[in-house]
Design a protein around this ligand. Structure first.
Ligand SMILES: Cc1cc2nc3c(=O)[nH]c(=O)nc-3n(C[C@H](O)[C@H](O)[C@H](O)COP(=O)(O)OP(=O)(O)OC[C@H]3O[C@@H](n4cnc5c(N)ncnc54)[C@H](O)[C@@H]3O)c2cc1C
Length: 418
């Protein structure tokens, strides 16, 4: 069978890897590189080159079984890393890093602040309650996060200086969006990732030498004959025999089947008028939000006190409220020994010293609300209809494992199991 895969992120790469075992597969990618959100850039400082991840960075040993299997197949090495989270709120003269007792009190006055202790007590109560409600599959899981926090009388300190920024950081979402998050989705994710525990947590890791190492290993395995980079597909139409892909130069190519491994909104745009009612309602209900991502070396974006520097640092000082404003400390995450601190900042470009900016990128992330969750349940209604298959991180939690999982779902429909 001749299959076209549109999109070369994790979903498209794993679809390609699996489907080519039984079928004739061609992967089309609009960018001039393979990887999508797996986007590592090489930066030279003092004559030494550093491979810095700007999109996909971390995964763990609990909730990434498919991705771990994939990189093991490709014999790619991983490196354990630290996942710590800090918050800076200059209006309240507050900063902390939840990693250790010492970093929690890197700002000494936190010890004497009743509001800080109330926040910590509320976090402990939230964790305990969250676990209990998930175990009981309690009806309150159907609430929105904002309603839930009000109902259970959690304080504004815990809400504004911990839970909402943490959620916004995890899903690259806005602070304004977080209160609408479905509690079931939020708590299940926190529970599965050990975020409701103090000690029993997964071991997080990065790809040694940068995420693009696994893309390189995949290319070494599959070769490039069936990979078409810089090929922006303009539209896809279907007929009884199969599918027709239309390219920017006006050329067309016929395939038996197509796998849309791009985002839900991109897949819908490719189908245009050809989209069925089901495709329009299901894919149309899963929106994407743009993030501006800047790689730089300005440590002014991190907490003032070095002891409060974490791997993920949320900046509540930023004017932006509708999108996540955080900085990844790449030296901590990728365990880099460098004369500068490499930072990757989301949606807070105005605060960065222009002279310290290295590169700017634009990525999009799925929006999670009640509509998204309802649409995710109907994935099977459109997958496999009209010679078309849809995969992407948007079908699940929006992370790398979710893209990988969705590719396995599609591969199974073609008789390839993993
Ligand atoms: C800043 C940021 C950091 C993240 N960090 C992590 C992390 O550390 N860990 C984690 O697990 N997840 C992380 N994620 C989530 C990440 O999005 C997912 O991990 C995953 O990489 C998404 O994969 P995907 O295949 O669904 O989409 P993508 O990687 O976006 O791939 C889609 C591809 O389709 C191509 N495409 C689209 N339209 C067309 C067309 N018409 N023709 C041809 N090609 C087309 C695009 O160019 C793109 O390459 C992060 C996300 C962001 C935004």
């Amino acid at each position: 069978m001749r299959i076209a895969v549109i999109g070369g992120g994790i979903s498209g790469m794993l679809s390609w890897y699996l489907l080519q075992q039984k079928h004739d597969v061609t992967l089309f990618e609009a960018n001039d590189y393979l990887g999508g959100h797996t986007a590592t850039v090489d930066v030279e400082v003092d004559g030494k080159s550093y491979a810095i991840d700007t999109g996909f960075i971390v995964f763990n040993n609990w909730t990434y079984p498919v991705f771990n299997k994939f990189i093991a197949d490709l014999a790619v090495e991983k490196l354990d890393t630290e996942m710590s989270f800090s918050v800076k709120n200059s209006q309240q003269n507050l900063e902390y890093n939840g990693n250790t007792f010492g970093s929690l009190f890197a700002q000494k006055r936190n010890i004497f602040r009743p509001s800080f202790w109330r926040m910590l007590r509320d976090i402990v109560r939230f964790n305990k309650l969250g676990k209990q409600l998930v175990a009981e599959d309690h009806p309150d899981l159907d609430l929105k996060l904002g309603e839930f926090l009000l109902k259970y009388k959690f304080g504004s300190g815990m809400r504004d200086n911990y839970l909402l920024p943490m959620g916004a950081a995890i899903w690259s979402a806005g602070l304004t969006e977080m209160p609408s998050f479905p509690v079931r989705f939020f708590l299940r994710f926190f529970n599965n990732h050990g975020l409701l525990n103090v000690t029993d947590r997964p071991q997080w890791a990065v790809i040694k030498g940068g995420s693009k190492r696994y893309v390189e290993a995949l290319l070494a395995r599959l070769g490039t004959d069936n990979l078409k980079l810089s090929q922006h597909i303009l539209s896809v139409s279907r007929n009884e025999q199969g599918v027709i892909l239309k390219f920017a130069d006006g050329q067309q190519q016929q395939f038996d089947k197509v796998v849309f491994a791009c985002h839900s909104d991109q897949a819908l745009a490719l189908l245009g008028q050809d989209a069925t009612m089901d495709e329009q309602s299901i894919l149309g209900a899963i929106a994407y939000q743009k993030n501006e991502v800047v790689l730089h070396t300005d440590t002014g974006l991190l907490p003032k006190r070095r002891g409060a520097w974490a791997s993920w640092n949320y900046n509540l000082d930023a004017p932006e409220r509708d999108r996540a404003t955080l900085t990844y400390n790449m030296n901590i995450l990728q365990r880099l020994d460098a004369p500068v601190t490499f930072c990757v900042t989301l949606n807070d470009t105005g605060a960065i010293d222009k002279d310290k900016i290295l590169r700017t990128f634009h990525y999009a992330h799925p929006v999670y609300n009640m509509m998204t969750m309802a649409a995710q349940l109907h994935r099977k209604v459109i997958n496999g209809q009209n010679h078309s298959y849809f995969c992407g991180a948007y079908w699940y939690n929006g992370f790398h494992e979710d893209g990988a999982r969705s590719a396995v779902d599609v591969a199974e429909m073609f008789g390839v199991s993993y």
